[in-house]
Write a protein that binds this ligand. Structure first.
Ligand SMILES: [Zn+2]
Ligand SMILES: [Zn+2]
Length: 401
């Protein structure tokens, strides 16, 4: 059983609590563009891979069927404990190579692009993490059933949610055993002394054992994000930029050996012939100015898009694949459009207007049989949105002048 879908409402609630607490205390406040971007990445990853986890697990089980070392029963409590611990060990290596090999970093980078560190960062997930499944093959070979691994895997992921916060500083002796907010802050930091450290999922013991542990230092505040800044709130770009840079470097590399090797070296490996420019880890955060109206518009439409995405996911088995792809495409276009609005891109306004008209048309076709009230609601939403966009753009042009 995958527990993640059941945890999502609690995640949203916890983010809300942290947001209010940060507002009240004035410490580590949320930034709208960063939060929308992180939550967009989480939503898009659900859209792209809702059945992936289960499919991969059952595929492995089928491939290995009858050739396992042991026969493990899901009734055994000891087996569950062993599965939970061993899953975390595999997670450690999967995560470590997720940073040390560019081919895996290309997927995992999505989790690290945020330049803030709060509970919304936890939901910043990749849409392309297909290859990491190979790190769990040993567990299938041992004989752990797929449903057991899906369950402990989802619990592992759920545990990792709460460690993405600045508000919990240190938690005593548990710092030695568990992944905590303090040691996970170090993992997300790009300070040279913190980089490529603390890969654990639930237990930090693995890092202490394999020499990748680094403690948070009082005099070295964490600077979050990736050294090669993303400078974008577009979820598609966030998911593909390292792959594209890899292909560019492959084409530019002088030696043939490097062209292949670069995918299995750290993301900082720049072979001869490629762009050698160093990146400043202390560069200012990417935080473009947009008007309050644009911020409000994006905030409201972001939540509408999240609801729309989960409705599409909920009905995925009731609609044809073509309809599914069309609606998923519309959702993705919506998130890209909101990202561009937050970046203050000039083409964001006509694109968003076109998206609203397109969504209105699709909705009116889909809803032709349904209540007129819903259609009326959609039409008024389109009209209001176009109005806001028009005035938003006007206001922006005035401020820029
Ligand atoms: Zn990581
Ligand atoms: Zn994290």
């Amino acid at each position: 059983m995958n527990f993640v879908p059941y945890a999502i409402p609690f995640f949203i609630l916890a983010i809300l609590v942290e947001f209010v607490y940060a507002r009240m205390t004035g410490r580590y406040p949320y930034r709208l563009n960063d939060t929308v971007s992180s939550l967009t990445m989480g939503t898009v990853s659900r859209l792209m891979g809702v059945v992936r986890l289960g499919l991969t697990a059952f595929l492995f089980e089928w491939l290995i069927d009858g050739r396992t070392l042991l026969i493990i029963s899901t009734e055994s409590a000891l087996a569950w404990i062993a599965a939970f611990i061993l899953y975390d060990l595999c997670y450690y290596f999967s995560h470590r190579y997720g940073h040390e090999w560019r081919i895996l970093w290309a997927a995992h980078v999505a989790h690290h692009q945020s330049e803030e560190f709060n509970l919304s960062t936890a939901l910043r997930q990749t849409s392309t993490g297909y290859l990491n499944a190979i790190f769990y093959v040993p567990l299938y070979l041992i004989g752990f059933p797929a449903e057991m691994l899906i369950a402990v895997g989802s619990l592992n992921l759920i545990y990792q949610f709460w460690v993405h916060t600045e508000h919990v500083r240190r938690i005593g002796f548990l710092e030695y055993i568990l992944v905590t907010p303090s040691n996970h802050r170090v993992h997300h930091a790009k300070n040279p002394c913190y980089i490529d450290r603390n890969y654990g999922g639930v237990f930090i013991l693995w890092d202490r054992l394999f020499g990748t542990f680094e403690d948070e230092r009082e005099n070295e505040p964490c600077v979050y994000g990736i050294t090669e800044q993303l400078n974008s709130f577009n979820p598609v770009w966030a998911n593909v930029h390292v792959y594209l840079q890899g292909f560019k470097d492959m084409a530019a590399a002088t030696h043939w050996k490097d062209k292949m090797l670069l995918w299995f070296k750290g993301p900082g490996f720049k072979p001869e012939g490629t762009d050698q420019e160093p990146h400043d880890w202390q560069a200012p955060k990417f935080d473009p100015e947009v008007t309050l109206l644009v911020k409000r518009y994006t905030f409201v439409h972001f939540w509408l898009m999240v609801i729309a995405t989960f409705v599409v996911l909920g009905f995925q088995h009731a609609i044809s694949p073509l309809e599914l792809y069309l609606l998923a495409g519309l959702c993705l276009a919506g998130f890209c459009s909101l990202g561009w609005l937050l970046e203050g891109k000039r083409y964001a306004f006509p694109f968003e207007a076109a998206r609203m008209i397109g969504s209105g048309l699709v909705a009116s076709v889909v809803l032709s049989q349904a209540a007129v009230a819903i259609a009326g609601l959609v039409v008024s939403l389109v009209v209001v949105s176009l109005g806001v966009l028009f005035f938003g753009k006007k206001q922006m042009t005035l401020e820029q002048a």
